[in-house]
Design a protein around this ligand. Structure first.
Ligand code: PLP
Length: 476
């Protein structure tokens, strides 16, 4: 009798599973065997793949062989110790193992009853992280995929708070969102998605350290109120994307409280640093915010993706989104947390498992030690930049990111910008390191971001060697 068509049999799963884990262990032992930035051109990977799905199933051996032959060379390796671009991240061992378990279990935590443990572990793990960062228990947490989506939900809650009839009638009046030119573009996207219109964004001037000026914020809100506009939310940032500048959240909270405006804190990158007592002050005043986002998938060694939104007014967030059709009614409703009530999506991945395992495996002390080491490496690199007349630093280094540029006396700003873009291309083409750039004060600026657990002094030194060598060649 032929067996009914089913899944891969358990023995094959075990055999292939061991092979995959062996491959991953090897990969994590030496990701630097690959160029960090994929050395492929657009279309190269797709051209190696058939244009149709196979009619008949293939062996896992054949599929895995193609994964190694076609897919891996077409990847940019975020777990590479020479990855210094954007915000460097780490898929740590405990986080990867948790992801495997979550994939194997495939639970979907839309309702408490569809996965009680996933729902409750999310509350517990987020409570641990909140306490570690020194935030009060008045903050309730929820996990989303990314900071962009966390912020979208925070601003939706703010919109609901300011325009209580928005669920029925849509957006009315002239809402305003306050941020700066250094606020992450996810705020613009949230504004687009929420139908507020990009013209509702008002950019508040920044000080020389690129942080929002609280007095200018207050004046902007006063002016808008006088003009009949509706201040809806202020977005302040602790660790801006370009330069990791820190807004004065306490002073901004004063303004928001006085004016009755929702305060959202974007601590997506730098938030975990508040776990370190000497850095706790970066979140001073955040206890008075209405919502705050922090991304364990950025600088807390948790594999992508996991973003935590903390909200002091979760009732408003729920009121903005809760909608329960008959087929999702449950007997426990009203007594339990149903995660589907806290946002757009119905289905929920079991992301809390990886945060829980990461926090337990490293422990608070282990996390502090690693974060401080990343800051030390960044300061070391900044010291080399400062000591070399061929380079200049473009911003302070409060955390693990250094903004800098190659300089050439007598050359115009435009020429120096072009030179730095060339230097970046050259250094990235080495395959040994990958840096990215931004613009600060209108000037092209290189960024070196430390954040991977495999990055050591040796890798930072190699980046510096490549930069100095490249700069010398370009000057010759
Ligand atoms: N906020 C800040 C300060 C960021 O730097 C970023 C991304 O780098 C984001 C938000 C968006 O993060 P995500 O990719 O999780 O949406």
């Amino acid at each position: 009798m032929t067996p009914p068509p089913g899944d891969m049999d358990p023995e094959s799963f075990r055999r292939h599973g061991h092979r995959v884990v062996d491959w991953l262990a090897e990969y994590l032992a030496s990701p630097a065997q690959y160029p960090v930035l994929a050395q492929v051109s657009p279309g190269d990977v797709a051209a190696k793949l058939p244009s149709n799905a196979p009619e008949n199933g293939e062996s896992f051996d054949a599929i895995f062989a193609d994964f190694q032959r076609i897919i891996v060379p077409g990847l940019t390796h975020w777990n590479h110790p020479g990855f210094f671009a954007y915000f460097a991240i780490t898929a740590s061992g405990p986080g990867i193992l948790a992801e495997m378990l979550a994939a194997g279990l495939n639970v979907q935590a839309m309702l408490w009853r569809t996965s009680p443990a996933a729902t409750e572990l999310e509350e517990v793990a987020l409570g641990w992280l909140r306490d570690l960062m020194g935030l009060p228990a008045s903050f309730d947490g929820v996990i989303y995929d990314t900071a962009s989506v966390s912020t979208l939900h925070a601003l939706a809650a703010a919109r609901h708070g300011a325009l209580p009839d928005v669920r029925n009638r849509g957006v009315s009046g002239a809402p305003r969102i306050y941020c700066t030119e250094h606020t992450h573009s996810s705020i613009d996207k949230a504004v687009l998605t929420l139908g507020l219109g990009l013209q509702s964004i008002r950019r508040v001037p920044v000080d020389t350290g690129l942080a929002m000026q609280p007095h200018a914020l207050d004046a902007a809100i006063a002016e808008d109120l006088a003009a009949g506009l509706t201040p809806l939310a202020v977005v302040s940032t602790v660790g801006t994307t370009s330069s990791t500048a820190i807004d004065d959240v306490a002073a901004i909270a004063d303004v928001c409280e006085r004016r009755g405006v929702w305060l959202h804190v974007d601590a997506a990158y730098a938030g975990p640093m508040a776990i370190v007592p000497e850095y706790r002050h970066i979140l001073a005043g955040a206890a008075r915010a209405d919502s705050l986002v922090v991304n364990p998938h950025k600088w807390l060694f948790t594999p992508f993706d996991l973003s935590a939104l903390y909200c002091r007014r979760m009732d408003v967030l729920r009121a903005a989104f809760s909608l329960v059709p008959e087929y999702l009614q449950t007997p426990e409703s009203g007594r339990v947390r149903n995660l589907m009530d806290t946002g757009v999506q119905l289905g929920r991945r079991f992301r809390a498992l990886k945060l829980w395992m990461v926090l337990r495996y490293f422990g608070a002390e282990g996390i502090r030690e690693r974060l401080l080491e990343h800051c030390r490496l960044a300061r070391m690199f900044a010291g080399w930049v400062d000591a070399d007349p061929a380079f200049e630093r473009a911003a302070d280094v409060p955390f693990s990111v250094v903004c800098f540029r190659h300089v050439r006396p007598g050359a115009s700003d435009e020429a120096i910008d072009a030179l730095n873009a060339q230097l970046l291309d050259e250094v990235n083409a080495s395959g040994e390191v990958f840096l990215s750039h931004t613009r600060l004060h209108g000037r092209y600026t290189l960024r070196l971001a430390v954040g991977n657990l495999r990055t050591t002094e040796r890798h930072v030194a190699r980046a510096w060697e490549l930069l100095r060598g490249g700069a010398a060649r370009l000057s010759a």
